[in-house]
Design a protein around this ligand. Structure first.
Ligand SMILES: [Zn+2]
Length: 87
């Protein structure tokens, strides 16, 4: 018996996460545990992609690379992103 559904089931929930302005989400650095808005990250754009670093410990918290065909986003340096409930 099949006990699961496919990832399309997540569409509604993920819409609630990614629809708001992500810069207002609270991010927790996986390195030092500091929390703050994504807008508070130190962002560097000199490399091939964009890198966001923790303003406290300088750990790379997120990376974005865009090509003509796709965008990659890594949040491996974050423990979490927290989005407040929308009205
Ligand atoms: Zn940190």
């Amino acid at each position: 018996m099949n006990d699961h559904v496919d990832g399309n089931m997540l569409a509604g929930a993920l819409w609630q996460v990614f629809r708001p302005d992500i810069t207002t989400a609270e991010a927790r650095c996986a390195g030092c545990g500091m929390t703050g808005p994504v807008a508070g990250l130190h962002v560097y754009t000199a490399a091939a992609g964009t890198v966001g670093r923790c303003p406290n410990c300088q750990q790379v918290t997120l990376q974005m690379v865009q090509s003509t065909h796709a965008m990659w986003l890594s949040t491996a340096g974050l423990s979490y992103l927290r989005f407040p409930n929308q009205g």
